[in-house]
Design a protein around this ligand. Structure first.
Ligand code: SAM
Length: 455
C-alpha cells in the first residue's frame, strides 16, 4: 500500500500539540539540508507561532539558494486536446460540460509552438484531457514529434514534459522512446474517500490505478516523474504528508523519488463552484506548504503555475519554488486564440503577464530566469541527476547554463529594457564564479551567443 491512511492520520494526531521546543529542534535539523522524517513534517504542518513561521521561511529560502542558487526555470503549458471521458467535479474539461471539444491537428500544434517560440520558450508541459479514442496515445506521440520538429524562426522546443492521464507500462515505454522530459501526473488527492467522490464513475475513478501510475512509468523506463496534489480537495496536512510518503515509496522501490512536485491550488472553472469544496486553502497556508515541502525534500524541484497571482508567485519563489510557467494559456489552441483576442481556459489563471514581464520582475528580485534543458539532453535524469544534485556538483553546470540561456533569450526575444537589465546581471553573476576555467569558458560562450551561436 503506498499511502496507509491510518498511519497518516495517526502521525497527524500525534503532531497536533508539538511544543515550541520540538518545532525549534525540527527547524535546527532543517538547516542541515537532510530533509525531515514524516513525524517532523507532520509537526511542522501544525506550526502556528509567527516567529517560528518566519524562521521556517528563512530556512526554506536558505535551502533554496544553497541548492538552486538564484535560478528559476521558466516553461509554458501546451494544451492539445480537451476531449475528456471523465467527470472530475473540479475540472472545466469534465464530460458533462457542454462545449464543443477539439483537438489540435499537427499543423495547429506547430502553429502553437511557433507562438510559444516567439515568446522565447524552450520547455513545455504537454497537457490533454483523457480520452483513449479521441486523444489516443498515438495522437500524443505524434504531437510530441510535431513539437520537436517544428521549424521555428529562432529556437526550438528542447524539452517536453508530459502531463497526460495515468496509462499502461507499454504506453509509458512508448513515451520514453519519444524522449520526453518529466512525466507529470497529479494525484489530485491522496485521500481515498475524497478521490472517489470527486472522480465519479469514469476511467479516472480508480484510486489504485491512479496512484500506481508512477510504478508503471518507472517500469516503462521513465525515471523522471513529477507528482502533485490539487490543493483544495482534501485536508492539506493529509496531502502534504502523503506526498512525502509517496516520494519515499518511490525512492525505496526505484532508487529515485519525485523529480518535481507541483503545488496547484483549486481555481474557479466552468461547471464548478469553489464553494463546493470545503478544503480551499488561504494564501498563508499555501506559503507554509511550499516552505515545508522545500525543507522536507530539499533536492526535489517545486513547480508553480500561473494559477497563482504575481504577488503570491513572487513570495513563494523566495521560499522554495524552482520552476514557474509564464505567459500561459490553459486552453486548447489558447495561444492562437489569445493572439486573436479570445481566451478558452481549463481553469482561471491568476498571472496574465507575458514572459518578458515575468523575466523583468524575476531579475529585479535578484533571480536568474533559466531556459536550460541541458540535464535532460545530456542524460542527467533519475538517480544520476539526484546524485549530482546532492553532491553540489550540479551547481558548476547549472549556473553558467542559466546565464547562457538568458543571454540567448535577450538576444532573440528581449526588449531594450530587459536587454540592459539582464546584461548587467549576467556579467555580475559571471564575475562571482570562483573556478577560473569555468568563468573563462562562460565568458567565451557569452561572446559566441552575441555573435549568433545557439545551443
Ligand atoms: N487528464 C490528465 C490527468 O487526468 O491527469 C491531465 C490533467 S489536466 C490537463 C492538468 C491538471 O489540471 C489536473 O491534473 C488538475 O490537477 C488540474 N486542474 C483541473 N481542474 C482544475 C481547477 N479547477 N483548478 C486548478 N487546477 C485544476
Amino acid at each position: 500500500m503506498i499511502i496507509n491512511h491510518q498511519y497518516v492520520e495517526e502521525l497527524l494526531e500525534q503532531s497536533q500539540n508539538a511544543s515550541k521546543e520540538e518545532i525549534n529542534e525540527i527547524l535546527e535539523k532543517a538547516k542541515t539540508f537532510q530533509g525531515l522524517s514524516h513525524l517532523e513534517v507532520a509537526k511542522l504542518l501544525y506550526i502556528q507561532n509567527e516567529e517560528q513561521i518566519n524562521e521556517m521561511y528563512k530556512i526554506a529560502g536558505e535551502i533554496k539558494r544553497a541548492i538552486y542558487g538564484n535560478r528559476i526555470v521558466v516553461f509554458a503549458p501546451l494544451y492539445v486536446s480537451d476531449f475528456c471521458v471523465n467527470n472530475c467535479t473540479y475540472c472545466g474539461y469534465q464530460k458533462k460540460n457542454p462545449f464543443p471539444r477539439r483537438k489540435l491537428t499537427m499543423e495547429e500544434i506547430q502553429q502553437e509552438v511557433k507562438i510559444l517560440e516567439k515568446m522565447g520558450h524552450k520547455r513545455i508541459a504537454l497537457e490533454a484531457g483523457e480520452d483513449p479514442v479521441n486523444c489516443s496515445i498515438d495522437y500524443i506521440l505524434d504531437a510530441i514529434d510535431a513539437i520537436y520538429q517544428t521549424e521555428n524562426e529562432k529556437g526550438n522546443i528542447r524539452r517536453i514534459n508530459v502531463n497526460i492521464a495515468a496509462t499502461t507500462v507499454e504506453n509509458y515505454k512508448r513515451l520514453k522512446e519519444k524522449n520526453i522530459g518529466t512525466y507529470i501526473l497529479f494525484q489530485e488527492t491522496y485521500h481515498k474517500p475524497t478521490y472517489e467522490k470527486v472522480h465519479p464513475k469514469s476511467l479516472k475513478s480508480s484510486y489504485e490505478y491512479h496512484i500506481t501510475a508512477f510504478d508503471r512509468a518507472m517500469e516503462g523506463g521513465i525515471d523522471d516523474v513529477g507528482g502533485g496534489v490539487l490543493f483544495g480537495l482534501a485536508d492539506y496536512r493529509f496531502e502534504v504528508l502523503s506526498l512525502m510518503l509517496h516520494n519515499q515509496y518511490l525512492e525505496e522501490k526505484f532508487g529515485v523519488g519525485f523529480h518535481t512536485i507541483s503545488v496547484p491550488r483549486l481555481k474557479k472553472a466552468e461547471g464548478m463552484n469553489l464553494t463546493q469544496f470545503p478544503h480551499i486553502i488561504d494564501d498563508e497556508t499555501f506559503k507554509k506548504i511550499v516552505a515545508i515541502i522545500r525543507i522536507a525534500v530539499p533536492y526535489t524541484g517545486i513547480i508553480l503555475s500561473t494559477r497563482e497571482t504575481s504577488n503570491i508567485r513572487e513570495e513563494v519563489i523566495n521560499y522554495g519554488v524552482s520552476q514557474v510557467s509564464a505567459g500561459s494559456c490553459t486552453g486548447v489552441g489558447g495561444y492562437k486564440e489569445h493572439d486573436s483576442g479570445r481566451d478558452v481556459n481549463q481553469f482561471e489563471i491568476g498571472d496574465h503577464r507575458t514572459p518578458v514581464e515575468v523575466l523583468k520582475e524575476l531579475l529585479k528580485d535578484g533571480f536568474i530566469p533559466s531556459y536550460c534543458t541541458a540535464c535532460y539532453r545530456q542524460g542527467r535524469t533519475g538517480d544520476r541527476f539526484m546524485r549530482l544534485a546532492k553532491s553540489g556538483q550540479i551547481q558548476n553546470v547549472c549556473g553558467p547554463n542559466a546565464l547562457m540561456t538568458l543571454m540567448e533569450f535577450i538576444e532573440d526575444y528581449g526588449d531594450e529594457e530587459l536587454y540592459q537589465q539582464a546584461q548587467r546581471v549576467i556579467y555580475k553573476e559571471a564575475e562571482k564564479i570562483e573556478r577560473e576555467d569555468i568563468k573563462k569558458l562562460l565568458l567565451e560562450n557569452l561572446e559566441k551567443i552575441k555573435e549568433g551561436d545557439r545551443d
